[in-house]
Design a protein around this ligand. Structure first.
Ligand code: SAH
Length: 262
């Protein structure tokens, strides 16, 4: 590839987003080490602009919840003109075969707490006519491939270190809502209503909606920190403190290195 083509290809940065600092792993440090970063504050958030693993990126924290996520995705698109958005973080496992330490890459996302019925069908975004927002297939494929490499390289060691049952990569539906789901009753109700859901979290579908509205590709990866049941709070807290950083760092590094080499 000529340097001119590479330049035009790399002109627009990739937006990389998480809700909480642990979920970004070592990304901001890696950016700082790789030639520095410029920090721009917009809407009470710091956006770090620079290069990570040779990919131009804008890295930031959305904070928790759908509104925070949508606002951050909008700024990435309008202020930073990102070419695509990748979200990394933790989630509660909902699918019966999804365990703590597994990774879920979203194929589609839905807002499980959205209900304007009977005016509009349950889960449908009113006046947009969409319930399931698709992740960008190519980007999700790249992300899933990075997860597979991460699990192959580091899964066994992580499982031993943190006493996980191993780590597997799943693809499928991720559901989002403004609730930390933490009871067997509530996760059971979600399972019954949305049997294909693999994971529940609080940001992904909001980002997917904003990206859909602006034709910006997006992909979302979630490491399972809990199973959204009565033990969710303790499991979430210890996973976030001890493990989330390692997963995000390992997955994002492989994802970005592959992108830089592509
Ligand atoms: N009780 C926690 C709540 C944090 S919110 C606290 O006090 O800090 C949980 C964050 O992780 C959100 O950003 C969400 O996207 C994700 N998440 C992890 N497990 C979840 C679950 N069981 N339900 C909803 N979101 C979950």
């Amino acid at each position: 590839m000529s340097s001119e083509t590479m330049e035009s290809k790399q002109q627009r940065p990739l937006g990389v987003l998480a809700a909480l600092p642990q979920e970004l792993g070592d990304l901001v440090d890696a950016m700082r080490a790789e030639g520095g970063l410029r920090t721009v504050t917009v809407g009470r958030r710091d956006y770090h602009v620079g290069t990570v693993h040779r990919v131009p990126c804008v890295v930031t924290l959305a904070r928790i919840g759908k509104v925070a996520a949508a606002a951050t995705a909008s700024a990435l698109i309008h202020v930073f003109d990102v070419e695509a958005i990748v979200f990394t973080g933790v989630a509660g496992g909902v699918g019966s075969h999804v365990r703590v330490g597994d990774v879920v890459v979203a194929n589609a996302l839905l807002q499980h707490d959205l209900d304007a019925s009977p005016l509009f069908p349950r889960y449908e975004v009113p006046l947009l006519g969409v319930t399931h927002f698709a992740a960008d297939l190519a980007l999700a494929d790249e992300l899933a491939a990075a997860c597979e490499r991460f699990v192959a390289d580091e899964g066994a060691a992580l499982a031993e270190q943190f006493r996980l049952n191993g780590a597997r990569v799943h693809r499928g539906l991720v559901i989002s809502g403004d609730r930390f789901v933490s009871s067997s009753e509530e996760v059971g109700a979600l399972r019954a209503a949305l049997p294909e859901a693999l994971a529940v979290e609080m940001e992904g579908a909001a980002i997917a909606q904003v990206c859909y509205e602006h034709d910006v590709p997006c992909a979302i990866v979630r490491t399972i920190s809990d199973t959204a049941d009565d033990h969710a709070s303790a499991s979430f807290t210890s996973f976030l403190t001890d493990i989330a950083h390692a997963y995000s760092s390992g997955i994002l590094r492989r994802f970005l290195e592959a992108r830089a080499g592509a």
